[in-house]
Design a protein around this ligand. Structure first.
Ligand SMILES: [Zn+2]
Length: 252
């Protein structure tokens, strides 16, 4: 109770304060920030500062996590929840960071673990567990803002999807039947296009299952918004309605 109150107070303070110089320097190179208004930049940094305070970061395989690493991850993760609010990450406690794509002998097949790739893992999301990132892909995501690929957006989209314990491409914050109908139809069309070896605008990896479709659609929404609107207007409209609604910073 007290911890929740202190957290809310700190979040509100971050929203009121001007952007600290260090955070301005970390925000500057992020290509996605160029499209944001000053108020949105201030909100993004306030979210990211709170994120860094509230989550635990751990380096793996010899990787050292410093302030810049934390900021680079937090800014990208918070960019996709500027509208939803930071509590969309209320179940994320730990972020593990590997230096580069790593190998794992046994791949888990449970529905609660979402791994990217096969034996080579670029990132991973575990229900109630950590978000696992690789630093090389995280840096790429923070430097290139329009290739439709962003590991941090992707893994944190899985976390939003998993808020109701199901990796099904339909986050619990979405209640309307129209969202489910559109995303279901778009997923099926995507699977058919990938199966028939057609060139697709969305990453073919999205044909893996509805959870991956939601994650790659999220990457496209935040990186190639205009083209997504042209190619998939209904999907774009649903994602816009979902991601762009505005919640207070400290909403529970
Ligand atoms: Zn994924």
């Amino acid at each position: 109770m007290i911890r929740g109150w202190l957290r809310s107070r700190r979040r509100r303070r971050y929203l009121r304060e001007p952007i600290p110089a260090a955070w301005r320097a970390w925000l500057e190179p992020l290509p996605h920030a160029r499209a944001l208004t000053d108020a949105e930049c201030a909100r993004l940094v306030a979210f990211a500062r709170a994120f860094v305070e509230e989550k635990r970061f751990e380096g793996c395989a010899g990787f050292v996590v410093d302030d810049e690493v934390r900021a680079c991850i937090a800014l990208q993760a918070c960019l996709i929840v500027l509208g939803l609010g930071l509590d969309a990450y209320r179940r994320v406690r730990t972020v593990l960071v590997y230096p580069a794509t790593y190998r794992r002998a046994n791949r888990s097949a449970t529905g609660a673990v979402v791994s990217e790739g096969d034996a080579h893992i670029a990132g991973e999301t575990v229900l109630g567990g950590p978000v696992v990132l690789t630093w090389d892909a995280t840096v790429h995501g923070g430097q290139v803002g329009d290739d439709g690929r962003n590991l941090v957006f992707h893994e944190f989209a899985h976390q939003i999807d998993l808020l109701d314990d199901y990796a099904d491409g339909a986050p619990p914050l979405v209640e309307d039947a129209s969202y489910r109908a559109v995303i279901g139809r778009e997923f099926e069309q995507h699977v058919r296009a990938v199966e028939s070896k057609k060139r697709t605008f969305l990453d073919p990896y999205g044909a893996t299952n509805p959870a991956e479709f939601f994650a790659v659609a999220t990457e496209a929404f935040f990186e190639r918004r205009d083209r997504l609107r042209d190619k998939h207007p209904e999907l774009y409209a649903e994602l816009a309605a979902f991601y762009q609604r505005r919640q207070p910073l400290d909403q529970e």
